[in-house]
Design a protein around this ligand. Structure first.
Ligand code: AMP
Ligand code: MG
Length: 357
């Protein structure tokens, strides 16, 4: 009898221990999230909020979705009307008074035009339209068309009047396209709204622009895969670990067409009017602010490997990973501890090694 009781106690202890050991804390926490997918700004946006208070999480997500819709309605050039469309249709004639949001994003885009010496240019729209990449009308324009259209591309022709938030384009035919920066702004705004609602842990993905809030609930960092440019979405070649940062990639695999074996993609070099051709296939930026990371990923893609890496190496709290056609991943020095190659066909090269320091 006594023996049986001892056996029973042992069995109970083993079961209880088993329950505790089998209970992975992170997966228990991982179930405490609410996720919402929606379509805006030309892409699928996913907001994943980790919080035990599902009501609070739901409210924060709903407010974020409303905010993204508001940003899209103000800045899109793919609908009938928006503030940016209004600016474009008044080009060469009148300044247009716009909301704080649109003014802020245009001002930032102009600053990145200057910082990048024109590699990033918000007035690229006429050239983007000419190529039509990602639309049914996509085609290779004639050289004459490119040359004449290029005369309309110049970020210095965007006149801002801070006194009344108005924007004027100097020449008729000029037009603004915020496609390289608006998603970044939306990402920052989602994060701000989640934080205002008391959320401390979230993962936001705007079609490849990732924004993280805090660290994972188990205390570890978020692991963000860098897309393999030559394989289906979801195949990554490296993993970057971040806490509370944003990771934004510009790549030639996002929108393109192929003619006579050549790939024509959607990131345009404003100096040539052709898709940027510097041997780069993707450029990833890790930063605190997503509007900065978005503008920089496009700018670095256009600048190419050497100029792009130098540009980012000289910036504070911003890092870059650039993938080139010969399967190399070049990184700025601050990424060294946070990146791991996950596909052995690619090799890692660090900025300081390139310079021979
Ligand atoms: P992203 O994917 O952020 O690099 O943005 C690419 C989009 O930005 C394109 O689809 C164009 O609408 C626009 N774009 C293309 N080239 C440039 C450029 N050099 N500067 C600014 N915007 C650009
Ligand atoms: Mg961008």
């Amino acid at each position: 009898m006594k023996k049986n009781i001892v056996l029973l106690v042992i069995i109970i202890i083993v079961i209880v221990m088993g329950l505790f050991l089998g209970c992975d804390k992170s997966s228990e926490f991982d179930n405490n999230f609410i996720t919402e997918d929606f379509f805006a700004l030309g892409t699928i946006i996913q907001i994943k909020v980790f919080d035990v208070d599902t009501q609070k999480a739901k409210k924060a997500i709903d407010e974020s979705i409303a905010r993204v819709t508001e940003i899209e309605n103000k800045m899109t050039i793919n609908k009938d009307d928006s503030e940016v469309i209004e600016i474009n249709s008044n080009a060469g004639e009148n300044g247009v008074q716009v909301s704080y949001d649109t003014f802020y994003v245009i001002k930032k885009a102009g600053e990145y035009g200057r910082f990048s010496e024109g590699a990033f240019d918000l007035t690229i729209e006429p050239i983007v339209k000419l190529w039509g990449i990602g639309t049914k009308q996509a085609r290779i324009p004639k050289d004459e068309e490119i040359i004449s259209t290029l005369s309309l591309v110049n970020y210095k022709d965007v006149m801002l009047d801070e006194t009344n938030n108005s924007v004027k384009l100097e020449k008729k035919g000029q037009a603004i396209d915020l496609g390289a920066i608006a998603k970044g702004y939306a990402g920052d705004e989602i994060k701000r709204i989640l934080m205002d609602n008391g959320i401390t842990t979230a993962f936001i993905n705007l079609g490849g622009n990732v924004v993280t809030l805090g660290n994972k609930l188990d205390g570890t960092s978020w692991k963000i895969g860098i897309q393999n440019p030559v394989e289906k979405r979801g195949n990554h070649i490296a993993v970057i670990e971040v806490i509370d940062k944003t990771v934004v990639t510009s790549g030639n695999y996002e929108r393109y067409f192929i003619e006579d074996g050549k790939r024509y993609h959607h990131i345009i070099n404003p100096k040539t009017g052709y898709p940027a051709e510097e041997g780069v296939i993707s450029s990833t930026i890790v930063a605190d602010s997503s509007i900065d990371a978005d503008a920089l990923s496009t700018a670095v893609y256009v600048m190419g490997l050497d100029k792009g890496l130098d540009f980012i190496e000289n910036m504070d709290k911003v890092e870059a990973a650039i993938i080139t056609k010969d399967n190399k991943i070049y990184i700025t020095s601050g990424l060294r501890e946070n990146i791991k190659i996950s596909n052995p066909q690619f090799t890692l090269v660090e900025q300081s090694l390139i310079k021979g320091e």
